[in-house]
Design a protein. Sequence first.
Length: 570
Amino acid sequence: MSSHNGKRHSAPLVEGWNRAPARAMLHAAGFSREDLEKPLIGVANTWIEIGPCNLHLRELAEYVKQGIREAGGTPLEFNTVSISDGITMGSEGMKASLVSREVIADSIELVGRGNLFDGMIALSGCDKTIPGTVMALCRLDIPSLMIYGGSIAPGNFEGKDVSIQDVFEAVGAHARGTMSNERLACLEDNACPGAGACGGQFTANTMAMATEFLGISPLGSASVPATDAAKHEVARQAGRQVMELYRRDLRPKAIITRQALENAIASVCASGGSTNAVLHLLAIAAEMGIPLSMDDFNPISEKVPLLADLKPAGRFMATDLYRAGGTQLLAKRLHEAGLLHSKAMTTTGRTLGEEAAEGKETPGQEVVRPATKPLSPTGGLAILKGNLAPEGCVVKVAHHHGDTFQGPARVFDSEEAAFAAVEKNQLRKGDVVVIRYEGPRGGPGMREMLVVTAAIVGAGLGESVALITDGRFSGATRGLMIGHVAPEAFVGGPIAAVRDGDMISIDLSRRELTVELSQGEVAARLRKWNAPAPRFTRGVFAKYASQVSSASEGAITTPAAAAEMATAKH
């Protein structure tokens, strides 16, 4: 049995006469003696038939396995869970989304450790499957890579390209009486034409791009759309590539470094990507034991220009980016401008700079600007701090106009309560909507607020109302929406002290979020404050709430977070 360093990681599982029972079980599953003499490569699939994002991954996995076999390995496919954000959004089910990231990472780690794989490929689609799979690869630290299923094709409504974002915003217009039942039904029927993740630079496409710049996915692989014929070859080549990683013993610890994380942040800033990237990159860094905090995002965003004109606030879809030159073109722009750590290693065995240098631009494309003519001289993300968010919060500033906003607080203790106010036309221009008790522990699960934010935009208030929350936002959110406020309300963060009418100030240029209350007044209010009862006392949500860390630390589940919570109770 030939292998790198003369010994396979899987040897204790399948080699020697004392392992005959294990081999007998594997023979029953269809693996021959010859199969078991080759490197065993786990294929972690996040396939589900609930929603389009991961719908096609079962088919894609067949091409991955073909590539592994062609390169001398034996693939062993297994599945894990996935939650569709687009389906669960605005319901109690959305609480499961961020929780699923931890379950995905845990389950892949368990199967990987239990079966002593020599290498692994993970297939991802919808939002949390991307960071969840990468977190597992970090923990296992065996030769591995992640492949993204790709973006959905745009829908067509009244002669225009549309995405799920348009449907969410149409709900707000419908509630306000400016869109008929018939038009909304027609949009609903035509917005999502088939397999693939949501089509703008929303969280799935943001994180897929970030993992390419991180080096754990081959550069250019993610931007190939889900239903494009080229996707099959991407999958097959990934199968071959994992075998090369195995032979070189090239592992995540050599790829996901501090410099690689900074490259990933740069891609988010340059593409106007989702605020969720902050949460997920913090989590990935934590899995690798690499120091990274919210404070590290602003310096990168301040020097990396916004180059990609992508939805939700820009003009183009993910499929347009692919036709323009894909993620390689954006990488080439940043590489040539000296804005990347170009010597960072990637899963292809080449550096990011070497991969970026081969990027090609489609003549006449308008999706990715030259670095000399950016959409904005600074990136699309900002971290704010202040007496309302001492640990920080995040806002997407791509395409946003105006640096300051001040208005009276309209306080809601749940997403449902805020949405009801939008439906009843109870918000006014100048309001600062505050949605709390939706953080990692308070939610639990830190729901995204796309139903509310899209309804606000659809109601015509997108430029005249601000929103802050200890929950999260979908990557499809646009407008002055500030999330991840930490500490969250459930643990007694200052956001728990805010009352209707308190004046809240947002200053993007100074990176500040403040409520016009003295420190003494905030403290006095919090002394009279009592934490609400947990919404769940048993099951996965209760378990998650007892272990999850602050959003400022990536909302990861750790024994340390559980110990901290137990100490706080005493």
